[in-house]
Design a protein around this ligand. Structure first.
Ligand SMILES: C[S@@+](CC[C@H](N)C(=O)[O-])C[C@H]1O[C@@H](n2cnc3c(N)ncnc32)[C@H](O)[C@@H]1O
Length: 217
């Protein structure tokens, strides 16, 4: 994932521990260290409970949630990322509220259940497994709990910032998430394409996020 010559690589390679351990090991910090804006927007006013952060990366979201009083399970396929998450949680004095979980979503195995919030930020499952993976995430939400899925919208292909690493079909519109949610089980309260400005050396760029929030009945 760390290089554009992954263009055309087998999509499965984009979801392995080897790929992500190498990416994280290649830099002291891959992400900004700030919580994702869409998470903050959707969660700030919620009463804290148990949260599952899917593809937690270096733990900025998990640390922020823990600081808001949530008990967080930070899940990732990369043990390098999870070690970083644990260190950042300790540095922020919220280690007691952050548990790491090494798990490969591509196994299709069930996740722990009963979470008040399951959040997936910028995880882009393979197209042919998208509905299956969203369903697995949804099964981890308790009745009355929330599923928040955020990803890069296909409009971002035009910005040149997000290419899907040679697999443009990985970028998804909100409808792809909504279509994967059984309406008998889920009330979708947000299904939007939301823009934000990103500062780049060449000037500001407008990017678009797909944001879906659903409540389990
Ligand atoms: C684009 S990063 C997003 C990280 C973080 N959510 C953020 O927004 O900064 C995607 C994350 O998903 C994780 N991931 C990729 N494939 C995975 C898999 N098969 N199972 C679990 N996590 C995976 C990666 O290790 C990475 O941390």
């Amino acid at each position: 994932m760390s290089h554009d010559h992954s263009q055309g690589a087998d999509v499965a390679e984009l979801f392995t521990q080897q790929t992500w351990d190498a990416r994280y090991a290649g830099a002291d910090r891959v992400w900004s260290g700030r919580p994702n804006r869409r998470l903050v927007e959707q969660v700030t006013d919620l009463p804290p409970g148990r949260a599952l952060d899917i593809g937690a990366g270096e733990g900025a979201d998990a640390v922020w949630l823990a600081g808001q009083g949530w008990d967080v399970t930070a899940l990732d396929v990369s043990t390098v990322a999870l070690e970083r998450t644990a260190r950042h949680a300790a540095d922020a004095a919220v280690a007691a509220r952050v548990t790491t979980l090494h798990h490969d979503l591509m196994t299709g195995e069930a996740l722990p259940e009963g979470f008040d919030l399951v959040s997936a930020q910028y995880l882009h499952p393979p197209l042919e497994r998208f509905a299956e993976i969203i369903s697995i995430l949804g099964d981890a939400v308790r009745e009355g709990g929330l599923l928040l899925v955020v990803g890069h919208h296909p409009d971002d292909l035009a910005t040149g910032l997000h290419s899907g690493h040679g697999h443009p079909e990985l970028l998804f519109p909100p409808e792809r998430v909504v279509d994967a949610l059984d309406p008998a089980t889920w009330d979708v309260t947000v299904a939007d394409a939301q823009t934000r400005e990103v500062a780049k050396d060449e000037g500001p760029v407008i990017v678009t996020d797909s944001v879906v929030l659903a409540t389990r009945r």
